[in-house]
Design a protein around this ligand. Structure first.
Ligand SMILES: Cc1cc2nc3c(=O)[nH]c(=O)nc-3n(C[C@H](O)[C@H](O)[C@H](O)COP(=O)(O)OP(=O)(O)OC[C@H]3O[C@@H](n4cnc5c(N)ncnc54)[C@H](O)[C@@H]3O)c2cc1C
Length: 365
């Protein structure tokens, strides 16, 4: 018998479990894989996640990013740098294991290699949770099981997901403290090159348009023709799913709550999910202490939803006018973006800035 069962040991599940245990809950965290497990992800954690992560999370960091290069089809790049860090790059195997151990330290019981199968509502507000290895009783069931959430499906909800492809390529890019973003390759999306440690880069393509079916092929072509990547060894090339939000979030029903990507906590401009998952975990954990957790959760999610809406609107501007936006982009625009990633600006600020810049570029004033 548990106060809460959390399904999924990603950033959302481990953070929710840790915070609930700190609040005195008896928590079971179940993860279908054995840890450490791989998770397809470029591993970029924007600095604004700092306040939602344990204090020593930087021990799990591979690279610190101080600058960025915005390009068009791998050709010209507009570059800018910052004195302060903008983004940290983590390896998801060790980062998620680190977060799980932090949860364990707070008294969370962790069962790895055990998958959630289904749930049944019982009388008296309890839920019976069936896994591949047992049956448990809990007050709250929390689905933090990612883009293809089984908890979400057990609730009878279907939703759209999008394929994102990532390759690990054996090479260096400069001092390995900058990222490269390329527009012009896909509709509603971009290609990236992020440093991963000393001699490895993560290269990927994401598109939130269903027509971009042949992403793996596009990614291979991008690697083979890019001046920094051509001829380098591709260690792996795989695809996984993304469930971004346009301002809405799925929250579950009754005493079953969703958090992280299971809930749709990924922004539609960048495909960033780690920061939003840990932020949302804090909002949920706070509400499970409340006398009306569902009402509290929906109130708490208002700011997060507004961010996703403005993220989507910024994406609308950036991706529908990719050539125009790139041609008119200036160093100051990248710096504005860095401030946003550092948590000094919101998506609302970024959208308003984008509209101003769009209009001034259009009329050349
Ligand atoms: C290619 C790619 C690149 C990305 N790059 C970035 C990036 O650079 N920065 C960023 O912020 N975001 C990135 N994202 C998004 C980010 O990976 C996700 O948004 C984030 O991992 C969501 O965290 P989560 O905890 O909600 O879910 P997840 O990290 O997906 O964790 C869910 C966990 O649940 C487990 N699970 C699933 N089903 C079950 C079950 N039935 N029973 C038990 N356990 C189960 C899974 O094994 C997994 O461990 C990327 C995504 C993709 C696909």
């Amino acid at each position: 018998m548990f106060d809460a069962i959390v399904v999924g040991a990603g950033p959302a599940g481990t953070t929710t479990a840790r915070l609930l245990a700190q609040n005195g809950f008896k928590v079971l965290l179940i993860e279908k894989e054995n840890l450490p497990r791989a998770k397809l992800c470029a591993g970029a954690v924007s600095l604004r996640a700092n306040s939602y992560l344990p204090k020593d999370w930087e021990n799990a960091v591979l690279n610190t990013v101080y600058g960025g290069n915005l390009g068009f089809k791998g050709e010209n790049y507009l570059s800018a740098r910052c004195d302060k860090p903008v983004v940290k790059i983590v390896d998801r195997r060790s980062f998620d294991l680190y977060l799980t151990l932090k949860a364990k330290d707070e008294g969370v019981i962790v069962r790895e290699g055990e998958a959630f199968v289904n749930f049944h509502s019982l009388r008296g507000d309890f839920t019976e949770v069936v896994t591949t290895k047992g049956v448990y009783k809990t007050k709250y069931l929390i689905g933090a099981d990612g883009a293809l959430s089984k908890v979400l499906r057990a609730l009878g909800v279907k939703r759209k997901t999008f394929l994102v492809c990532e390759a690990l390529v054996e090479t260096r890019i400069g001092n390995m403290d900058e990222v490269f973003i390329d527009l012009g390759l896909v509709k509603w999306g971009y290609a990236w090159i992020f440093p991963h440690g000393e001699e490895l880069v993560s290269v990927g393509i994401a598109s939130l348009k269903r027509e971009e079916k042949n992403l793996k092929h596009l990614l291979k072509e991008y690697i083979e023709t890019h001046p920094l990547l051509a001829g380098k060894k591709i260690r792996s090339l795989r695809g996984w799913f993304l469930a971004p939000s346009r301002g809405e979030l799925l929250t579950g029903e009754g005493n079953i709550f969703l958090v992280g990507e299971a809930s749709g906590s990924v922004d539609a401009l960048l495909g960033e999910g780690i920061y939003y998952s840990v932020w949302q975990a804090h909002l949920l954990a706070e509400c499970l202490k409340d006398e009306n957790p569902r009402r509290c959760y929906s109130q708490n999610l208002r700011t997060l939803k507004r961010e996703f809406l403005f993220g989507y609107l910024t994406g609308f501007l950036a991706y529908n006018f990719q050539r125009f936006m790139f041609k008119n982009a200036k160093k100051e625009d990248l710096k504005e973006f860095f401030e946003f990633l550092r948590g000094e600006k919101t998506y609302g600020d970024l959208f308003r800035y984008g509209v101003k810049r769009f209009v001034s570029s259009l009329f050349k004033f």
